[in-house]
Design a binder for this molecule. Structure first.
Ligand SMILES: NC(=O)c1ccc[n+]([C@@H]2O[C@H](COP(=O)([O-])OP(=O)(O)OC[C@H]3O[C@@H](n4cnc5c(N)ncnc54)[C@H](OP(=O)(O)O)[C@@H]3O)[C@@H](O)[C@H]2O)c1
Length: 415
């Protein structure tokens, strides 16, 4: 089969950009070479000779010899301008920038269609785990029930280190940054935004639904407090930040990002440090589990490399599952069993939001409530810094119908 020779214009030479350079050096058979690298800061010391670098994006975007732009910068707004211009100029693009892609998904789809240029982004979700192309090519929308996973390497690293080595949150975050696992703005990771952007990409390729980031509820790990950490320790549980999307019985997609308690017999329990994992459930295939490094120079560069390799064969996403209808379930109809930590004085108010309470605990200042709550009510309680939730599990369908009825009664009584 004829393959295309690729001349690469690389944007960014940080953790992943440098990783890609090294990985390409070790794969000479790929027939892809970097021609120009564009970076930002002129007076920064570099690991390559100055002739490699430019600070002017047009040196890549207007170079007719460059047929592939690899965008690996940490500024999502500048990244969008680069990717847009590259696609308009007929260049194939590879990116790892989930925030940029999630925030401009529709526009990027249009650009690909209009200019017939491929845009690949396997590295944007779970770094080394090959999930986007799998969802795109292998799994039919109708056969997929759910996708759930640990999709953010740096928060998993922080949670693992604070639990197993008794490091403080700040120490663990600093280590994650030093190892190149964290975003330049760590709040993107710890606040759960990064996991949400990845979930949006997963939903687009799993179920064919393109969402806006605001449509997916997220809570990160930055609000976790001693009460819920102690609860986990005492019960032999771990807390993991998980992204979930699943189809309910009405065929609608439910999605959110929340910290979750996982028990020893749960596959996600063993997924520690910078590892990510995804579980896909199909109607007939049952469950499949993918695990791999979710951040870091080489694991992320390996996914970029795989996209580069696929472009030699003119591979592109076809978005075959794309549906114009937004089949999202309303948050009022999504039921969760959670532990909600809140100020002691707010106990009665918080309790009134639950459809059913199973456990109540109070100390001098704080309290927690465990029970069933709708996602809509949960969202409304999580607006202040002193309230935090950890998912216990999802009630089964029998419980859901019981609570739906109960919820209907409550709504009726309030009328
Ligand atoms: N690190 C990971 O484990 C990981 C995993 C998955 C995905 N990603 C994604 O990969 C991308 C790169 O992450 P990273 O960790 O490699 O970031 P990084 O180490 O902070 O490096 C960022 C690079 O971008 C360059 N840059 C920033 N603004 C620029 C602009 N306007 N024009 C040209 N260059 C610019 C910087 O230039 P200077 O060198 O001049 O400062 C630097 O070389 C991000 O989208 C990130 O979300 C990272």
């Amino acid at each position: 089969m004829n393959t295309k020779k690729l001349k690469i214009g690389l944007f960014g030479f940080g953790c992943v950009g440098h990783g890609l350079y090294e990985v390409l050096q070790q794969t000479p058979g790929l027939d892809a070479e970097i021609k120009t690298i564009v970076v930002k800061q002129k007076n920064k010391s570099r690991r390559l000779a100055p002739e490699w670098f430019s600070y002017d994006k047009s040196e890549i975007l207007n170079d007719a010899e460059i047929n592939l732009v690899v965008e690996l910068i940490d500024d999502p707004d500048a990244a969008f301008e680069i990717v847009k211009q590259a696609l308009c100029n007929g260049k194939a693009v590879v990116s790892a920038n989930k925030k940029m892609i999630a925030e401009h998904f529709e526009e990027l789809l249009e650009l690909q269609k209009q200019f017939q240029t491929p845009f690949l982004y396997e590295a944007a979700v779970c770094a080394s785990i090959p999930i986007i192309r799998n969802l795109e090519e292998y799994y039919d929308n109708d056969l997929l029930r759910s996708i759930e996973g640990i999709v953010n390497g740096s928060t998993n690293y922080i949670l693992s280190k604070t639990a197993s080595e008794n490091l403080s949150y700040q120490q663990a975050l600093q280590q994650a940054q030093e190892l190149g696992y964290a975003e330049s703005n760590p709040r993107l990771d710890t606040g759960g935004f990064d996991a949400k952007f990845k979930l949006l990409l997963l939903i687009a390729h799993a179920f064919g639904i393109v969402l806006q980031p605001e449509q997916i509820f997220h809570q990160g790990i930055n609000k976790l407090g001693e009460l819920e950490l102690n609860y986990a320790r005492e019960k032999g549980l771990k807390i993991k930040l998980k992204a979930r999307a699943f189809k309910n019985e009405a065929g609608k997609v439910c999605a959110f990002v929340l910290p979750e308690f996982v028990s020893k017999n749960d596959k996600f329990y063993q997924v520690d440090e910078v590892y990510n994992a995804l579980q896909i459930e199909g109607c007939f295939a049952d469950k499949q589990f993918f695990v791999g490094r979710g951040a870091g120079a080489y694991p992320t560069a390996s996914a970029v490399l795989s996209d580069i390799s696929a472009l030699r064969y003119n591979y592109r996403y076809e978005y075959k599952k794309r549906q114009e209808d937004n089949e999202m379930e309303a948050s009022e109809n999504i039921f969760l069993r959670v532990l909600l930590r809140h100020p002691r004085e707010a106990s009665d108010e918080v309790r009134s939001k639950f459809l059913d309470t199973e456990e109540l605990y109070k100390n001098k200042e704080q309290a927690y409530t465990i029970g069933i709550i709708t996602l809509a009510e949960l969202q409304s309680t999580l607006t202040t810094e002193d309230v935090s939730a950890v998912l216990m599990d999802l009630p089964n369908s029998a419980e859901v119908s019981q609570y739906s009825e109960k919820f209907g009664e409550i709504a009726w009584l309030q009328e």
